[in-house]
Design a binder for this molecule. Sequence first.
Ligand SMILES: Nc1ncnc2c1ncn2[C@@H]1O[C@H](COP(=O)(O)OP(=O)(O)O)[C@@H](O)[C@H]1O
Ligand SMILES: [Mg+2]
Length: 357
Amino acid sequence: MAISSKTALQMFDNLSTAVMLFDKNLSLTCINSAGESLLSVSNRRIIGQTPEEILPYPPALAEMITRTLNTGHPYTERSLTLTLQNAHTITVDCKVTPILKGERVKEIIVEMVDADSLHRLMREENLMLLHDAARESLRGMAHEIKNPLGGIRGAAQLLERELAESDSGLVEYTRIIIQEADRLRSFIDRMLTSDQKQKIEKVNVHEILEYVCNLVEAEYKQAFRIIRDYDPSLPILHVDRGQVIQAVLNIMRNAVQATGDNGNIWIRSRILRQVTLHKRIYRHAVRVDIIDDGPGIQPEIENGIFYPMVTSRPEGTGLGLSIAQSLINAHGGIIEYERTDERTIFSVYLPTEQDHA
Ligand SMILES: Nc1ncnc2c1ncn2[C@@H]1O[C@H](COP(=O)(O)OP(=O)(O)O)[C@@H](O)[C@H]1O
Ligand SMILES: [Mg+2]
């Protein structure tokens, strides 16, 4: 079968595997979109560079490529950790294949798959199942509590009216019943928020982020700094504005609470290519990182933070992250947590395509 060079190029650029091609002088001649995205570089900048220049440390990959050049044999390596030009590290499964012309190596193909994201995906899937199961049973419970609650409140109101007439001072008690019933009701409503139907509209991510910043700045008196690092080229999202605001707000509140006085919070937005979310590959997704320099998640609860009612704060409900995760899941996205370089990072991934699960 013959394919046109245009089709071949399109195929090349749409592969989810990162592919680089080096000539016999070990200078990079081309790289596909997945490659640029994995290495966080742009095509224009690294064409012509050598493997040592592109991935200097450790030299494992450069050595594999040199070995292929010298022997004409292909090599593979699993879980290779490499440092990128931006100092971030990635872990990849890697394959180096020679293109031969007679006995001589003419060109070298390097294929890389992000092993981090493979592992993350597996972890994420298990987590998601557990999270769904926990929320499902809580949801059932919430409905069970909500129904009689209406009756209790109604009866207390009737009683209050009777007691008010007799002027016995007992009204105080009925008021407490009503107040507490209302509190429980709003707690349960919050627990059930992610059940609400979505109202999808066109939304600018940065508008949402600014809205949330204003809210938290008004809400907390403590001094904290918000440092913005926005990618201005982000596309418009099709999401339920209120729900995404709620999710981001819950994460931001936690960040403010964690940093205490004079804390720093960074908000970073990025566009990602070829992203797998809930087993679906999207051409593009948006990632919003909310980063704080607080002490991080306490180790005792680290594995459970996305579960409902897991909290370390005396006045906490433990619903914030669980609700945020459910709302973002309902948009086909995910929220991840990471702790690196003394920073707590919550990343919200949202696909940019309109068709949600
Ligand atoms: N940015 C953060 N830094 C440190 N700990 C955090 C952060 N975000 C969440 N947590 C931890 O996760 C727990 C659960 O958060 P959440 O679901 O919002 O419930 P709540 O805020 O009511 O405790 C918090 O009690 C806190 O211990
Ligand atoms: Mg919270």
